[in-house]
Design a binder for this molecule. Structure first.
Ligand code: NAD
Ligand code: DAU
Length: 333
C-alpha cells in the first residue's frame, strides 16, 4: 500500500510514520510536509532512508496532484494545530486547514485515491465541568477558536466531497494527545521543559479546564483501525477516557519530577478558553474493536518526562523562542 502522509513531520504524523514503519512492512510511505516552525527535521532523521520526504504545501495543487495520483491512500495530518497561535494570527489556519484540505480533496476526487482526514474533538466546542454528557459522533459542531473553526470547516468539506462527489474518505476526531516529539508550545511538553530549565510551569486562568488525554500511540493505532475496518464516509471519535484538569496535570508533572506540587504560576487565561472536552469513543470500540493500551495517565506522563529529559537536543533549540513569544501575552496573575 502506498500511503501519502501529509504533515508527517509533525508530532502525531511523525509518530504515525515511525510506528507504521515498525509494524507494517507492506506500507510504502511518502511524507509531504511544509516543515513549518512546528516540524522538527530531526524527528524523521532516523527513518529517512525508509521513506520519501517531499517538502511542500498541501495547498500547492501542482505539487499535490501528482503525489496524490501516485498513492493509494492519503492520511492528512497537515494543519496549523495550536489554538494560541490562531488567536494571534489566524491567516495560516485558514490557508492550511481550509484551503489546504480543499486542495487535497480536489486531487483525491480526480484520482479516486482514498483519504483519511485527521481532526479534533474541538470541533464540538466545549462542555460544562459538571455536564454528564460527552461528545459523540452525533454532537453538533460548535467550534470556539479560529483553529477549531478551520478544523470544523475542513471536516465539513470532507463530508461534502463524500456526499457530492463520492470520494472514499473517513474522518477521525481525537482528544488531546501527549507523548514523544510534541512541540514545546503545548501544555505537557511546555511544563516538563520549564521544570528542566528551571522555569515555573504556567497554568492558564484558574486551571480547572479539563482535557481528555490520550497517548499518541493509541491515537495512531485507532487511525489504522479506521483505515483497515472503518466504513467509508463515516466519522469516528477517538478517546481513551483520560479526563484530567490542567492544574492536576501540572501538579502531577511537578510531583513526578521531584518538585513541590505548588511550584507553578497561574497566568493570563486564553481568550475564549474551552472549559472541558470529553470523548465517548463507544462507536470505535464496539464497531471496530479498538481499545487503548496506555490507560494509566501518570505512567504515560512519567515516560514522556523521561523522553524530554533524554532528548534535550531535540527541544532546546526552540525553547527560549517559544517562552519569549508567550511572555508577550501572558502575565502572572
Ligand atoms: P503539529 O503542529 O505538531 O504538526 C503539523 C504538521 O503539519 C507539521 O509538520 C507542519 O510542518 C505541517 N504543516 C503545516 N502546514 C502545512 C501545509 N500547509 N502543508 C504541509 N504541511 C503542513 O500538529 P499535531 O499535533 O501533530 O496535529 C496533527 C493533526 O492532528 C492536526 O490535523 C491536528 O488538528 C490533529 N489533532 C491534534 C491533536 C493534538 O492533541 N495534538 C488532537 C486531535 C487532533
Ligand atoms: O483537543 C484536541 C486539541 O488538543 C488539538 O486539536 C490541538 O491541536 C492541540 O493543540 C490540543 O489543543 P489544546 O488547546 O487543548 O492544547 P494545549 O496544549 O495548547 O493546551 C491544553 C490545555 O492547557 C488548555 O486548556 C490550555 C492549557 N494551557 C496550555 C499551555 C500551553 C495552560 O494552562 N498552560 C500552558 O502553558
Amino acid at each position: 500500500m502506498r500511503v501519502l502522509v501529509t504533515g508527517g513531520a509533525g508530532f502525531i504524523g511523525a509518530n504515525f510514520v515511525r510506528s507504521t514503519l515498525a509494524t507494517r512492512p507492506d506500507v510504502e510511505i511518502t511524507v509531504l510536509d511544509k516543515f513549518t516552525y512546528a516540524a522538527n527535521p530531526r524527528t524523521l532523521e532516523p527513518v529517512a532512508g525508509a521513506i520519501t520526504v517531499v517538502r511542500g504545501d498541501i495547498g500547492d495543487a501542482a505539487l499535490v496532484d501528482p503525489l496524490v495520483a501516485a498513492h493509494d491512500l492519503v492520511v492528512n495530518f497537515a494543519a496549523e494545530s495550536h489554538n494560541d497561535n490562531s488567536l494571534t494570527d489566524p491567516s495560516s489556519f485558514v490557508d492550511t486547514n481550509l484551503v489546504g484540505t480543499y486542495t487535497l480533496l480536489e486531487s483525491v476526487r480526480r484520482h479516486r485515491t482514498a483519504l483519511h482526514h485527521i481532526s479534533t474533538d474541538e470541533v464540538y466546542g466545549d462542555l460544562d465541568l459538571d455536564d454528564p454528557e460527552r461528545f459523540t459522533e452525533a454532537t453538533a459542531y460548535n467550534p470556539s477558536s479560529p483553529y477549531s473553526a478551520t478544523k470544523a470547516g475542513s471536516d465539513l468539506l470532507v463530508r461534502a466531497w463524500v456526499r457530492s462527489f463520492g470520494i472514499t474518505a473517513t474522518i477521525s476526531n481525537c482528544s488531546n494527545n501527549y507523548g514523544p516529539y510534541q512541540h514545546v508550545e503545548k501544555l505537557i511538553p511546555r511544563q516538563i521543559t520549564n521544570v528542566l530549565t528551571g522555569v515555573r510551569p504556567k497554568v492558564y486562568g484558574d486551571g480547572a479546564n479539563v482535557r481528555d488525554w490520550i497517548h499518541v500511540a493509541d491515537h495512531n493505532d485507532a487511525v489504522w483501525t479506521i483505515i483497515d475496518r472503518g466504513e467509508p464516509g463515516q466519522t469516528y471519535l477517538i478517546g481513551a477516557d483520560g479526563e484530567v484538569d490542567n492544574r492536576t496535570v501540572v501538579e502531577d508533572i511537578l510531583d513526578l519530577m521531584g518538585q513541590p506540587t505548588d511550584a507553578f504560576d497561574f497566568v493570563t487565561d486564553r481568550p475564549g478558553h474551552d472549559r472541558r472536552y470529553a470523548i465517548d469513543s463507544t462507536r470505535l470500540r464496539t464497531e471496530l474493536g479498538w481499545t487503548p493500551r496506555f490507560t494509566d495517565f501518570r505512567s504515560g506522563l512519567a515516560d514522556t518526562i523521561d523522553w524530554y529529559r533524554n532528548h534535550s537536543d531535540w527541544w532546546e533549540p526552540v525553547k527560549s523562542g517559544v517562552e519569549a513569544s508567550y511572555a508577550k501575552t501572558q502575565q502572572t496573575l
